[in-house]
Ligand binder design. Sequence first.
Ligand SMILES: Nc1ncnc2c1ncn2[C@@H]1O[C@H](COP(=O)(O)OP(=O)(O)OP(=O)(O)O)[C@@H](O)[C@H]1O
Length: 442
Amino acid sequence: MPDGQVLEFSRLTKRFGTIAAVSRLTARVEPGQVTGFLGPNGAGKTTSLRILLGLVRASEGTATIGGSAYRSLANPLQTVGAVLEASSFHPGRSGANHLLVYARAAGLPKKRVDEVLGLVGLSDAAGRSAGGYSLGMRQRLGLATALLGDPGVLVLDEPTNGLDPEGIKWIRGFLRQLAREGRTVLVSSHLLAEVQQTVDALVMISRGRLVFQGRLDELTDPAEYTTVVDAPDRAALTDALRSANVSFDVLRSGLTVSGLDGSQVGQVAANAGIALSSLHRRGPALEEVFLELANGTRTHPSADGTVATGEAEERSAGTEPPPAPEGEVAPEPEPEPEPEAEAEADPEPEPERESAPEPERESAPEPEPERESAPDPEPERESAPEPELEPESDLDPPEPSDDDRPWEDYVRTDADEEADAFFSSFDDAGRLSRNDEGEATR
Ligand SMILES: Nc1ncnc2c1ncn2[C@@H]1O[C@H](COP(=O)(O)OP(=O)(O)OP(=O)(O)O)[C@@H](O)[C@H]1O
């Protein structure tokens, strides 16, 4: 297995027209641990990950894997695996066949397909059409695809979305195991509670800006913790605390003491000969802290010091290029909200986006095949080589790129036709049919 690599975002900025989807994001993700990439809906997580994976160009700044941009990686498939969407499978192909196509394109042996199917617990369903897979099975198939090249870095966008408790438990355990093996695991979510039990470290963003990075226990100040204590004889405990000049509040769950830790409170009770029924430390609800960080009512020194408010976004918008002309990403809401076509200024939750069916080409999870000259149409289109950007100036808005354009405007290319022809040359068992001249046949 290749080593885990450090992922680095350095002053990463992405603008879609006048929208600053990501603003000067600087963060570091270490190998050997699971890092949660957290932010409310519309915070800029997917955009940041897509830039990291070479699927979208940054407006400014960099996102690197082991110090290299994705496009410069010598062995991308062996370096990073990604699952950006759960539903990007040809519904008519079996799980095994889907993996086989990717494995062949990357020059990996067929036995690797069997291995990853086993790793994600899909061996028994390998021959079934992916179209009939449950959401959990599709997540597993996405993971299997990402693991084909045995990469040291795993990047997963909202992998527990829509999973049942058993699926969530499985994926948590699986990610922890991958990190224990030394891999870098970056997993995005819009709910802290969803990743709280899995992650060692957090990178939190809101409105495209960093609001926290560090370990989970660094999220709150120790001074915010209280000690909650109770005794079968609560009256005696109350007297003992009063006699020791310890101030407390009375709650249904016990007496809440600020300023003393558990052992000090326990000592007061022990000195008075009082048996306790409970004694524990309680911090602020982490989800509440996350919410406060996200809405700017709380700041953390690990962030860049900029409060993530609408005001901050407007400030950055002041240096934006002028609104995109027609045909580019329009700043008006789109009738069908989709990630690429979305151009709303308001980064409020977009629940439809979670479940809205999307064109298959939109949801390519793995950028690798592009580099491996893989024929899959999704990655081809997503990460087709793009012209180098001229340095931007306020007077010269950047050229529109494919990734800035609504999907409705997408025009099929020769590469798409070639990719379709390639796929249709495999039979259901994943075998490539050839004629006497050795050419692939349908
Ligand atoms: N192709 C695009 N064109 C215009 N705006 C876009 C495009 N892609 C993303 N955006 C906007 O950029 C912002 C960040 O979106 P992004 O999808 O990166 O957020 P997110 O944190 O992944 O959200 P979610 O949790 O809902 O997936 C949003 O305001 C979104 O509407």
